[in-house]
Design a protein around this ligand. Sequence first.
Ligand SMILES: C[S@@+](CC[C@H](N)C(=O)[O-])C[C@H]1O[C@@H](n2cnc3c(N)ncnc32)[C@H](O)[C@@H]1O
Length: 260
Amino acid sequence: MSKNELQNQDRHWSRHAARYDELFLDPYGPDVANPIWEALAAIPDAPNKTVADLGCGTGPLLPYLSERFNRVIALDFAPQMLKCAAERLSPLAAARVTFLERPMHDLDDLAGQLDVAMAINSLVMPDVRLIDRTLRSIRASLRSGGQFLGIVPSIDTISYHLLLLTDQGLQQGLEMKEAKRLAALHTERRYYDFAFGEFHFEGLRQKFWQPFEVEYRLNKAGFASTTLGKVLYPWDESLAGGADLKGFPRSWDWFFLAGT
Ligand SMILES: C[S@@+](CC[C@H](N)C(=O)[O-])C[C@H]1O[C@@H](n2cnc3c(N)ncnc32)[C@H](O)[C@@H]1O
């Protein structure tokens, strides 16, 4: 990946900082089943540990992390995101947090220092070479026995949503072509490349993941064990046609927990 392309992406992320809550699904909402809480609660001896929130964005996790861990590193390459994140913290919480404005593959100075690394919807660089490089850096930043946990956006859930909306259209008596057309429109299918797992929107280019790719890339980067789980979202107004899909199993993103 060229330096230019990375700089473009940090600019695009910065541009989305102010309207972040309107544009992105919130994995921390009260009706979301998110395995991250249980995984964080299970980390032993957290008050003596260092955690890094890589791609911290507007910092929704920082108040919780700064209460629970001894030291928090909040890293993001988008300055506007870091600005929003800093504004969220009380002076007491801020005293435990170190902000780093840089890309998340740039962790050499933290080698072997982290107990826990987190990447919540931030392993989204469209160039998989950069994803691999980032995962290797994260692996190297962890102490022996350290843990890496995160969430990645799921591409298979977009196919699932498309399937449900197509079936719904057919059940309502639409012709196949029209049912597919409406389902594609409502899921914004035109922004996705399903084969390569990418999402393109207003200059932002984001990787979306299949579960087998999560396991494959974590293994490739040298992580020893990987557990996958689903973050389950309620069928509500944030998802197209959500109100009519309440009877179906919920849509998801992929949660992972990996060891060194
Ligand atoms: C979808 S947001 C998620 C933010 C936050 N983790 C959360 O849970 O709300 C993705 C964030 O990752 C950052 N990001 C994406 N790629 C990055 C990279 N290669 N290096 C550093 N930050 C990155 C973006 O700037 C953005 O703030």
